[in-house]
Design a protein around this ligand. Sequence first.
Ligand code: PMP
Length: 438
Amino acid sequence: SASSAILFQNWRRRKAIARIPPRPIEIRSDEIVDGVIGLIGNTPLIRINSLSDALGVEILGKAEYLNPGGSVKDRVALKIIEDAEAQGLLHPHTGSVLFEGTVGSTGISLATVGKAKGYECCIIMPDDVAIEKVQVLEKLGAKVERVRPASIVDEKQNLARKRALEFGNTPLVDPPKSDPEIVVSTQAEPSEVGHQAKDSTGTQTQSQSIIPSNIITLPEILQPALESKPRGFFADQFENESNFYAHYKGTGPEILRQTSGNLDAFVSGAGTGGTVAGTGMFLKKALPDLKIVLSDPEGSGLYNKVKYNVMFDLKESEGTKRRHQVDTVVEGIGESLITQNFALGVDIIDDAYRISDEEAVAMSRYLVSHDGLYLGSSSACNLVACVRLAKTLSKGSRIATILCDSGSRHQSKFWSDEYLAQHDIPIDPSIIDRLFES
Ligand code: PMP
């Protein structure tokens, strides 16, 4: 009968599959890695076959979702903590607590790296981000506090800073300097490391920095006493330059190595700006002709900053349907002010594309059905920008971008058909056809 024929076919297919030797698990090192932290970075660069074949331009995605905490932010969390330790601002297993404001990814990474290193974690989040991020954070043992979303960074960041201060023994971090000195030219080597921090005694500390300045290091006699004390530490991903350096020293060199320098463009969105600035700066120095392109969701102010060097208040920005970033379904990129990490790279960004929710949604569905790639919203934005850029480049060019996190972090919003319907965001596959044709 027909059904037994189908059964037989399936049985033969299963047998055939069973005979194929299992694919070896991706081993990223020929040595045993040192705990969970040893899994951070060195992510593969994937040729995205459907887009590359359709465009005749190679689109390469850095698979940051394979980091142990599930996103590109693992690199940043690790670098922030390591730099703070090197500066004597944090000591593991002292009951010290990391505080941060985040839409989720950085919190999950801080909690992951924090647990591995011996720190607790307290995360301030807007109350409209996808609920699964909160759930993961809680499972990781982080304390989560939720705030009303604001159109700017400050709400959650200020509360995280305040909570760190309340906790006590908190290194006070200077507010960012808004003078032109923070703009780094492609010639100048930005000075390492991270924050210029002050101890709670008011003494400035900067043990590892090569910034030649009036920084006074903590008297050695105070160090042992502080080591044993639990401290509150505000990670401050937007202003802390350790974020930039995670990419300048990690993501950038990895992409250069993986492409053997055969690369024409780098595309990235910006939340804190650490990825685009750090990776972009490193690549631009190595490959001066490389084009750096920002992918910016609707309602973000960064597009105007790059294109016209103006930053509109988001509430006034061009009367878009969704007037500020919290109204976009894309999480993690788009910003309404220039943060220190973005400022470090703003001069090397050559162009920007504004990506609509509809385009990002269509791209994410296209990639699942053609490549089996299940990605988060910011990765989808990046790939829309890659397609637009590819149309302007000659055949055979190569573009690298960041696959920041996976779709599993976005099931209740970006990947929820019901949520999209409620917010009048269509799921329209023809958008991708038009992108290819335009
Ligand atoms: N994608 C996701 C999912 C993120 O969480 C973030 C960080 N907010 C980004 C992209 C942007 O990275 P960056 O902060 O380095 O600009």
